[in-house]
Design a protein around this ligand. Structure first.
Ligand code: SF4
Ligand code: SF4
Length: 331
């Protein structure tokens, strides 16, 4: 059921949610002149901005460093987690990144640590501010939100005719898609003057896979010469989820814990296996892996590209490598 939320009540809507949830949303960091994801404190609803921060919120589900479980004398000790639900306010591309990550992390065998955090999260789509770096329209994004906030920004849009007579320009539609979304609205509904509304979903752009020949040596040699192997592109990518795992053993050699940490397919060490052999020694080979992972392997298995077109990797790359230009140059 869609609702009409008045613009004067938007901040109050967020403030009402903060006591119930870890409300994680993009905010402006004035000192650094950037936007970033932050958990909002009481009465910080006015800080929320409709932005796509350079660093995604993937650490909500896959923390940069994470203790998976403890062990003692053959017994497994669970790690305690915060039981509060997380409300994640994100752009459409980032919500689709959660969808792509769900496909792989919740597939058999399920990643239980990821699942626990994912089950407690509610995804709220915020209006997009398209930038020159976005290429999301080519990536077949789907509706995967629990609640979507739609900005009524055009006098002549069909949304203006909601409830008949007056203009609703500047107000918002809250489109509820799931039970999780309904539960959120139930908590605050009576303290806002929400009105029932109608909302027609826009048509989805289907993903049109491009047939490419990936054995183009020239392309990969060029990539290998340009790339510094710094891994910035994978750190900022909302769908890069590679990690390493190691065991930390106490001196008694009986107890300790298992730990995982982000890694990157662009780093030489990540490609090393037992015995020290590295399968992708040169940077061009690691670039090949990245582009195959985003546009070919994942699509073959899950029917979607693993890229959601947020453009962060191109923005973060110190030498300006643009993954789409490389992909387009494969013929
Ligand atoms: S590959 Fe680049 S554009 Fe695609 S999802 Fe990752 S960061 Fe965004
Ligand atoms: S950010 Fe650029 S230079 Fe660094 S690893 Fe990625 S493609 Fe290579």
């Amino acid at each position: 059921m869609p609702y009409l939320l008045k613009k004067e009540e938007f901040t109050r809507f967020i403030d009402l949610l903060i006591p119930f949830y870890n409300v994680t949303a993009p905010v402006k960091n004035i000192k650094r002149n950037i936007s970033e994801f932050k958990v909002l404190n009481t009465n910080e609803g006015n800080k929320l901005v409709f932005d796509l921060p350079l660093y995604p919120a993937k650490d909500v589900f896959l923390p940069r460093k994470e203790k998976l479980f403890g062990f003692d004398n053959g017994n497994i000790i669970d790690v305690k987690h915060d039981n509060k639900q997380t409300l994640l306010f994100m752009n459409r591309c980032d919500i689709n990144a959660v969808h792509r990550n769900d496909l792989i992390m919740l597939d058999d065998p399920v990643d239980l640590n990821y699942k626990e955090k994912r089950d407690k999260a509610v995804l709220i789509e915020i209006p997009c501010r398209i930038t020159e770096r976005c290429v999301c329209t080519d990536m077949g994004l789907i509706d995967y939100y629990d609640i979507k906030i739609v900005e009524i920004d055009n006098e002549s849009s069909s949304n203006d005719k909601i409830n008949g007579k007056r203009s609703n320009k500047g107000n918002y539609i809250l489109d509820i898609r799931t039970k999780k979304g309904e539960e959120v609205i139930e908590k605050v509904k009576n303290r806002l003057s929400l009105e029932k509304a109608t909302y027609t979903k826009p048509k989805l752009n289907l993903f049109k896979p491009k047939q490419v020949k990936t054995d183009n040596k020239e392309v990969w040699e060029k990539y290998g010469k340009e790339c510094l192997s710094c891994s910035a592109c994978t750190i900022v990518c909302p769908t890069c989820m590679c990690f390493t795992i190691d065991d930390h053993l106490n001196l008694n050699l009986k107890s300790g814990y298992r730990h995982r940490e982000w890694a990157s397919c662009q780093l030489l060490n990540f490609t090393k296996v037992a015995g020290g052999n590295a399968f992708r020694k040169d940077r061009g080979a690691r670039g090949t892996q990245r582009i195959h992972c985003k546009f070919i392997y994942f699509r073959e298995k899950y029917k979607h590209p693993r890229c959601v077109g947020c453009g962060r990797c191109s923005a973060a790359c110190p030498v300006g490598i643009n993954i789409f230009e490389y992909f387009r140059s494969l013929k």
